[in-house]
Structures are given as structure tokens and as C-alpha cells.
Design a protein around this ligand. Structure first.
Ligand SMILES: [Zn+2]
Length: 484
């Protein structure tokens, strides 16, 4: 399917990752979200859709300011360095994003957030209220009495402060029924069903109004509230607005916004479901902006069945895996061995086993065997059909069943292996040259089909395979050397 469709099948496709907190290095969960988005973006480009892929960083947080101070750096230098690390990981993983939005970017982000605020305000959904509550510095937010363990925030082991302050409040409660209707009717689709049910149950209990700003004298970083210099925007309008500010919303008339909004898919982890399935759609409804079409919610990645943590010593760093096995191996594991809809698991052992079984002995070995036969016995490169039907494979990607899509590719690999065993073309070609050559050509064509399907999943491997096939050459070194 290399032919780009030039017909009316061509659509626009906008996909986003959440913006990531720059208070630490990205972990495997972030790598998963971003790889999934990349696979879907590459798939849509392959289909001929006009595709836009957004990622970025959520920078307006006090934690960053404090971390920068501790590191003896200016906030800007600190952020630039961390964002540099994010981009480095994405580049190593082959992430083909179109834009990296930073919420400290006054030119590209502020105006979108401000325009969104103004629209919500115009709808009468913002109101200044006095608020008194328990505030956890570690959380940078108010927490409730029932969150406390022995009077302390259990996540930060800190006593909360009693804080009274004036905030702008967003009348979220007003939108409970409207959001429920959008989700129930699938106009705003939440995948998988388990997450859809989870949010519907939450909506059944009702939503409470939320604090939408902080006093400017308590926070040192953030977007000023329009026409109220005493306040800065709180995370909701500051961060969630990135999905439209990045497209030029509130900034340029004739912009990407016109072309790509509403988003086709926001990909998120299950921990930020409520923000994206309740608060964000309410903000958009209030502002009179169409809702995104789909929210795809994935699970967490554990190691040995446990949450990765420093104290357990089971943290697997994506960079370390890339260094040892290569980015394509990491993409392979995330795509096939982590369920898109539930929690997935990885250990160094399970990773090495999967690598050796399916990449070194599986795909890599197959490419070497087939191309060796082809180079030795075919007088010219095999003739590759211009187009082929990949409906089944594509149908899995449409449903975000990325692991099943990859299973499809490996089923094709197994089939080629079987054919070699049954027909033994390397022997046959000596007894019956014509028939032997015909079978070898057919195997090469099938291998090319594997390369086509691999395009969104393992883009580098796909390109290499196509090159070997078109030049009728055996790889000089194995695509995936065995690891002990
Ligand atoms: Zn806390």
C-alpha cells in the first residue's frame, strides 16, 4: 500500500500525546504513549491521510521552579535541558511528531489558553469564590480530609496547610449531563469500554465545580488570567488548552486549527482519564468548541507484576533498552507485548526472550534466509506488485488493537517459514530451476508484504527490508543479532 490515495478517501487526522511533566526523566509509560501515537500517525500517513501529530511538555508548575532552584539553575535553563532530554528520547525512538508544544511558550501557547479562558468566561461559567481547604505543597493542590493518612498526605508524607484563597471557579457541575450524553452516544468516544464505563459511573455521581486559577502572589510561574492580574491560570486551562493552542487557536486566523480540530484521537494513560473525559470536554462545551472524536486510554506498565519503583529496583529505563537492543526492538515490544487496553508487563528477561524469539530468530533470520536464496538464484530482483490488500491488518489499527495488528505480521512471517520448510526451494532450484526460482520469487514478494505492514511499527526495519529486496541482496549483518 505505498500508493498514496489521491481520491476522496483522504482525510485529515490529528493525534496527540498528553503533555509531559518535566520534573523527571521520561519512563517507559511515556515511551509507550508516544510510540502508540507514532504508530497510529505513521499508519494514517501510509493510508494517505493528512496527518498531524502533537506532543509536548507541561511546564507551568511550581515543582519545576523548586527543582531548578535545587539544581542551581534558572527555570528556563532547567526546562530547556529536560525538554532536550525528552526530544532526545523521542528522536532515538523514531517518533515522527510534527510539533512539540511547550506551555511556557508565550508566543505559541499563551494566546490559545487566553482565548479559551475568555470564551469560557463569556459563557458565564467562571466565577470568583473564596475557598478554604487543605493544601498539599507536594501535590500543588487542595486535598480532602479523606485523602489524609494520620493527618498527612500519604503521597508526600507531609502535613497539609490550611489555606484560604480566592480563586476563579469553573462551573463544571453544570456540564455533567451534557458530557454524559456525548459519551453515551459515542459522539465523544472513549476506548476501551471499561474506561468508558468508569467515567460514566463517575458522571452518575455528579461533578463538582473546580478551581480554575491561583493567586498570582502564591505561584511564580504560569499564564496570567485575562483582566485579573491578581490571578494565574491553574493547570486546567493552562495545560489542556495545548491541544488547540498548538494549532494556532487564538493566534492566527488561517491556521492548522481549521484544518485539524476536532482531534481524531487523544491518547492518554488511565491516570488522567477524568481530566480528559470530564474537565476538558466541559471546557470545550462552554467555549462552543467541538469535542475531540476519540479518547484512547491505555493502562500502566508494570515490571514483574509490580509498579516500577526505585525502592523495588525494578525500573526499566527506555534509554537503556534502546542502547542495548536498538529502538526498533523497544517499539516491537511495546507494540506487541503490552496490551493497548489493560496494564502490561515487562522484565529484562521477558524483553530478551521476545527479542531473540521474534526478532533475532524470527524476522531477522527469515530476511537473511530468503534474501540469501534470492541473491544466489534469481537473475533479477523479484517483481513486487504495486498495491496489495491489507484490510485485515489495517482494521486492527483502526480499532487501536496494535498488538493484534503486529500478530498479523508475525502470522505472515510464520507462513513464509512454513513454506520454506515444505517446499525446500534451496534444494528444488537445483533439480528444477524454473520452479525453484518461481517459489523463491513468491517468498520474496511475501517478505515485501511483511515489510509493508512493518512500516508504522518498525519503520527502519521496513525501509531496510525493502532496500534489500529491491537490490536483491542479502543483509551484510543480521538485522537483529542474537543477545545472550
Ligand atoms: Zn501530596
Amino acid at each position: 500500500m505505498e500508493k498514496k490515495s489521491s481520491n476522496s478517501d483522504s482525510h485529515s487526522f490529528y493525534i496527540t500525546t498528553p503533555i509531559f511533566y518535566p520534573n523527571a526523566r521520561l519512563h517507559l509509560g511515556h515511551a509507550y504513549t508516544t510510540t502508540v501515537c507514532d504508530i497510529l500517525a505513521r499508519y494514517h500517513r501510509l493510508k494517505g491521510d493528512k496527518t498531524y501529530f502533537l506532543t509536548g511538555s507541561d511546564e507551568n508548575t511550581e515543582k519545576v521552579v523548586r527543582a531548578a532552584t535545587v539544581a542551581g539553575k534558572s527555570t528556563k535553563d532547567y526546562l530547556d535541558e529536560i525538554v532536550g532530554n525528552f526530544k532526545d528520547l523521542f528522536s532515538k525512538l523514531g517518533i515522527s511528531y510534527d510539533q512539540f508544544i511547550r506551555t511556557t511558550d508565550e508566543i505559541n501557547h499563551y494566546s490559545g489558553a487566553i482565548e479559551l479562558w475568555n470564551r469560557i468566561n463569556k459563557s458565564g461559567d467562571l466565577e470568583k469564590r473564596s475557598y478554604k481547604g487543605l493544601y498539599c505543597v507536594g501535590h500543588e493542590s487542595f486535598i480532602t480530609e479523606k485523602d489524609l493518612v494520620d493527618g498527612k498526605c500519604p503521597d508526600h508524607n507531609e502535613l497539609p496547610q490550611v489555606l484560604e484563597e480566592t480563586n476563579w471557579f469553573f462551573k463544571l457541575s453544570k456540564y455533567t449531563e451534557a458530557i454524559k450524553e456525548k459519551i453515551s452516544s459515542n459522539e465523544f468516544k472513549i476506548v476501551p469500554d471499561s474506561r468508558r464505563n468508569e467515567i460514566l459511573a463517575l458522571l452518575d455521581r455528579g461533578l463538582e465545580d473546580i478551581s480554575f486559577s491561583r493567586p498570582a502572589n502564591t505561584v511564580s510561574i504560569g499564564i496570567p488570567v485575562p483582566n485579573d492580574s491578581s490571578q494565574k491560570m491553574y493547570v486546567w486551562c493552562d495545560a489542556l488548552s495545548n491541544y488547540i493552542s498548538a494549532l494556532g487557536f487564538g493566534r492566527t486566523e488561517d491556521s492548522l486549527y481549521k484544518e485539524f480540530w476536532p482531534a481524531n484521537v487523544h491518547v492518554i494513560g488511565k491516570d488522567i482519564l477524568r481530566f480528559h473525559a470530564a474537565i476538558w470536554p466541559a471546557m470545550l462545551l462552554s467555549a462552543g468548541i467541538p469535542l475531540p472524536k476519540t479518547l484512547f486510554v491505555h493502562g500502566f506498565i508494570t515490571s514483574g507484576g509490580k509498579k516500577m519503583s526505585k525502592s523495588l529496583g525494578n525500573v526499566i529505563d527506555p534509554l537503556q533498552l534502546i542502547e542495548e537492543y536498538g529502538a526498533e526492538a523497544v517499539r516491537y515490544y511495546l507494540a506487541r507485548h503490552i496490551s493497548p487496553f489493560e496494564d502490561g508487563d515487562i522484565t529484562l528477561e521477558s524483553f530478551r526472550e521476545a527479542y531473540n524469539a521474534h526478532l533475532a530468530n524470527g524476522l531477522g533470520n527469515l530476511v537473511s534466509r530468503v534474501m540469501k536464496m534470492a541473491e544466489a538464484n534469481l537473475e533479477a530482483p523479484a517483481v513486487i506488485p504495486e498495491w496489495e490488500d491489507m484490510t485485515e491488518y489495517f482494521s486492527y489499527l483502526e480499532k487501536f488493537e496494535i498488538n493484534k495488528a503486529v500478530d498479523c505480521i508475525w502470522a505472515a512471517i510464520t507462513e513464509i517459514d512454513k513454506r520454506i520448510q515444505e517446499d525446500q526451494p534451496f534444494k528444488l532450484v537445483k533439480a528444477d530451476k524454473d520452479r525453484g526460482q518461481k517459489i523463491i520469487s513468491e517468498l520474496v514478494v511475501k517478505l515485501y508484504s511483511v515489510a509493508r505492514m512493518l512500516n508504522p511499527i518498525l519503520p527502519d526495519t521496513s525501509v531496510k527490508m525493502k532496500k534489500y529486496i529491491k537490490e536483491n541482496k542479502t543483509p551484510s549483518t543480521p538485522l537483529f543479532p542474537r543477545k545472550e
